[in-house]
Ligand binder design. Structure first.
Ligand SMILES: NC(=O)c1ccc[n+]([C@@H]2O[C@H](COP(=O)([O-])OP(=O)(O)OC[C@H]3O[C@@H](n4cnc5c(N)ncnc54)[C@H](OP(=O)(O)O)[C@@H]3O)[C@@H](O)[C@H]2O)c1
Length: 278
């Protein structure tokens, strides 16, 4: 059973392997969603400045009956901020929005501002180091426990590892059946950087896929549970998003193993998935 399972990051911090994603849950609704999630057993939440719901997430956490120290909260810098002073301010602003004294994990959301992704070659190496310097200082100041990156390719990871003083604890990237960036995952693993799988349910697009349904039936689980088990067995932290209590419980209840042969088959699915996706 993965519901209470934690992993140890490269800085010795423990992190729950199943967390609730909160992208597209609005700031008013998210407070209740977090409280419901805590009630059914979630202890870790993933948000970002760019999701526009940090203050609601904070309210959900401090209105719950669980100790702050038992919750693991991740947020991410706004992608448009790539300078040292702006990063320092962004961290303080995030703490204000949460009304919390510290953030468990802070990530650089993307090496490039959203507006440049897939359009511009500039990887903002200097800007990401400015982000990182301010993030390292926030760790020393006790504002943040752990720092990491998201959407980073190998060259972006190298830039931080070769020039920063703290190694990123995680790289949060898209990983699900049909999308397994094996080389990048292996590269991070060799460096001791934990992979966090975002969109582990492919944003809901593959629930009608024929093969996913065949395997789900074989293991007597839902397509969502099959997809989560797949990522967990790859060693990832998973961040399934839902605002529905039944689905929250289902996503936490992963207590079966996919066989090695079936894992192999599912990893191979990536080539064909585009045509099979609905
Ligand atoms: N770092 C990044 O750049 C980045 C990018 C994307 C996402 N993320 C993070 O990753 C999280 C998850 O990714 P995501 O939001 O793209 O999507 P996802 O978790 O892959 O899929 C969410 C979709 O699956 C549905 N769903 C969830 N559990 C289900 C279940 N048991 N049965 C049936 N349907 C189910 C949800 O529906 P309902 O909501 O209706 O339940 C929703 O439509 C985000 O919330 C965010 O925290 C990070």
């Amino acid at each position: 059973m993965y519901s209470a399972k934690t992993l140890m990051l490269n800085n010795g911090v423990e992190i729950p392997q199943i967390q609730l994603g909160t992208w597209l849950i609005n700031n008013d609704d998210v407070r209740k969603v977090i409280r419901q999630a805590i009630n059914v057993g979630y202890r870790a939440f993933d948000t970002a400045k760019d999701y526009g719901n940090e203050s609601g997430v904070g309210k959900g956490i401090w209105n719950s009956d669980v100790e702050r120290s038992d919750i693991f909260l991740t947020t991410k810098l706004p992608t448009a901020v790539k300078d040292y002073k702006g990063t320092k301010k962004a961290i303080d602003d995030a703490l204000d929005r949460f009304s919390l004294e510290y953030i468990d994990m802070l990530l650089i959301h993307s090496p490039q501002p959203w507006i440049e992704v897939n359009r511009v070659d500039d990887r903002h190496f200097e800007g990401n180091l400015e982000n990182w310097r301010a993030m390292e200082e926030a760790v020393k100041a006790g504002k943040v426990r752990t720092i990491g990156v998201s959407n980073f390719l190998q060259e972006d990871v190298d830039n931080i590892v070769n020039n920063g003083s703290i190694k990123p604890a995680v790289n949060q990237i898209e990983v699900h059946i049909g999308q397994v960036p094996t080389e990048l995952m292996q590269y991070c693993e060799e460096l001791g950087i934990q992979i966090e799988a975002y969109s582990p349910l492919a944003h809901g697009r593959l629930f009608n896929d024929h093969k996913i349904n065949l395997y789900a039936k074989k293991y007597h689980v839902s397509p969502a549970q099959l997809m989560l088990a797949f990522d967990l067995q790859l060693g990832c932290i998973v961040l399934p998003k839902t605002d529905n209590i039944k689905e929250m419980k289902e996503n936490l209840n992963i207590d079966f193993k996919i066989s090695a042969d079936d894992m192999h088959d599912l990893v191979e699915l990536k080539e064909n998935m585009q045509t099979m996706a609905i």
